[in-house]
Design a protein around this ligand. Structure first.
Ligand code: URQ
Ligand code: ZN
Ligand code: ZN
Length: 479
């Protein structure tokens, strides 16, 4: 079935143009003016709207088993909610338990993601180490389309990596041509602060941010960056939430190190006052890591996005309904960490970024789609409106508004961190693989229609040559 999107303003990261877009067999076939309507195909009038690449959310956790429960959003409901918000691809995480074979873990997650409505891919977390992990990382890169390996520096006693595992995995990823990503919080310090705070009698959600101050993130961010620098591997920091971490990223980038960094939409617009709300349920639903920060960090994060020190926006969509959050009623350490957001990211960034003049529409496309496609090596299949690209497209109405609410959202959670926020700039139509999956408020997703997207490893020039040059040509020893 072919579709002609007529009369819109096509916006790519590289610029805007008035043009029609012709789609056929799941691909974009032409972008030009005055295109003829296809025989028997549909014509969409995009006059007054932007035509943008489908959003890519590089950080989600559908049906994640975590902290004694399982995230309430599954791959079908989550990718459907994504489509309702203009996101047509997510990169989720295979998180093997320590000692779990990482290829078997990938197969388990792939079984869960068979139900996805939109395209998706997996980062694979390295949560332990032995020769089998060393072996299987290569199998994942060569046979399973994995080019990014995640490392949790937090969550001591569960999935936390120590420096030895970081060193083993970073080196292996480098040699395979893969990218390393990190959740940068010093898990030892978090654990210690959690005990101290709880022992002082602070058991409510207000204890959560106290146990994870910006310094704890800044230390881990810098440590991961330095380890990556010495070992010569590209690094991607997920959910950069504070000035301390942003400064570490900025220093490294200004020194020419290949470091990428992500910011969550929620960290740009929500501050730590949420934890002082008297409603336990409200505060607990904002328990995520890293936590929401004091307001001054938001201004710095926006500058990081505007300056290019932060390249992508994500959601870390990891939903737990109220009864699940209540596992931590008497102990903030037991509140499952995570929030919603996959349906709201694009409109939140448009409302608070484009409509305030911080970002142009092209910069919006870059930080919600194109940069993630490039960093994770699916560009130009994804992240651009151009012939040959997948027909993942959003007709974006910059004047239409909606008020975000758990009462009306498509996310499978009984709370929204954006409850009551009115945003102007929403998808009118979302197209995934050339098919309309969302139109004027109505979901049209099909269970299982989403594909797993293979992501090839990177050419060697992606990997800083510092260490490899020295290893390859040992400095001559004066005789
Ligand atoms: O740490 C993460 O990214 C996962 C476990 C989601 N939860 C969170 O609080 N960010
Ligand atoms: Zn994380
Ligand atoms: Zn996460």
């Amino acid at each position: 079935m072919s579709i002609l999107i007529r009369g819109g303003t096509v916006v790519n990261a590289g610029g805007e143009q008035q043009a029609d877009v012709l789609i056929s067999n799941g691909k974009i076939v032409d972008v030009a003016n005055n295109l003829d309507a296809p025989d028997g195909g549909r014509v969409i009038d995009a006059g007054g709207s932007y035509v943008i690449p489908g959003g890519i959310d590089p950080h989600t956790h559908m049906e994640l088993p975590f902290m004694g429960t399982v995230a309430s959003e599954d791959f079908f409901t989550g990718t459907s909610a994504a489509a309702a918000g203009g996101t047509t691809m997510c990169i989720d995480f295979v998180i093997p338990a320590p000692q779990e074979n990482i290829v078997e873990a990938w197969k388990k997650w792939r079984g869960w993601s068979e139900k996805a409505a939109c395209d998706h891919s997996f980062h694979v977390a390295i949560t332990w180490w032995d020769d089998s992990v060393h072996r299987d990382m290569e199998i994942l890169t060569k046979d399973y389309g994995v080019n990014s390996f995640k490392h949790f520096m937090a969550y001591k006693g569960a999935i936390m990596c120590d420096d030895e595992v970081l060193g083993n995995s970073f080196s292996r990823a480098r040699d395979l041509g893969a990218l390393c990503t990190v959740h940068a919080e010093n898990g030892e310090l978090v654990w210690r602060l959690q005990q101290e705070i709880f022992d002082k009698g602070i058991t409510g959600p207000e204890g959560h941010p106290l146990s994870r101050p910006p310094e704890v993130e800044g230390e881990a961010a810098n440590r991961a960056i330095r380890i990556a620098e010495v070992l010569g591997v590209p690094l991607y920091l997920v959910h950069t939430s504070c000035i301390d971490a942003l400064e570490a990223v900025t220093r490294a980038k200004l020194e020419g190190q290949r470091v990428f960094a992500e910011v969550l939409a929620q960290h740009l617009v929500i501050d730590d006052s949420v934890y002082r709300n008297k409603d336990w349920r409200f505060a607990a639903h904002h328990v995520m890591s890293p936590p929401f920060r004091p307001k001054e960090h938001q201004a710095a994060l926006w500058r990081g996005l505007q300056s290019g020190m932060l390249q992508t926006t994500a959601t870390d969509h990891c939903c737990f309904c109220t009864p699940q959050k209540e596992a931590g009623l008497n102990d903030f350490r037991a509140i499952p960490n995570g929030t919603n957001g996959i349906e709201d990211r694009m409109s939140v960034i448009w409302e608070h970024g484009v409509r305030t003049g911080k970002l142009t529409p092209s910069e919006f496309v870059a930080v919600t789609s194109t940069n993630a496609a490039k960093i994770f090596n699916v560009y130009p299949q994804k992240g651009i409106i151009a012939p040959g690209a997948d027909a993942d497209i959003v007709v974006w109405d910059p004047e239409r508004s909606r008020t975000i609410s758990a009462e009306t959202h498509n996310q499978n959670i009984d709370f929204s961190i954006y409850e009551g926020m009115t945003v102007t700039g929403v998808p009118a139509i979302t197209i995934s693989q050339g098919k309309v999956v969302y139109e004027d408020g109505e979901l049209k997703t099909v269970r299982g229609a989403g594909r797993y997207i293979n992501r090839p490893c990177f050419p060697s020039y992606w990997h800083n040559q510092m260490l490899r040059n020295e290893l390859a040509e040992p400095t001559s020893v004066e005789r």
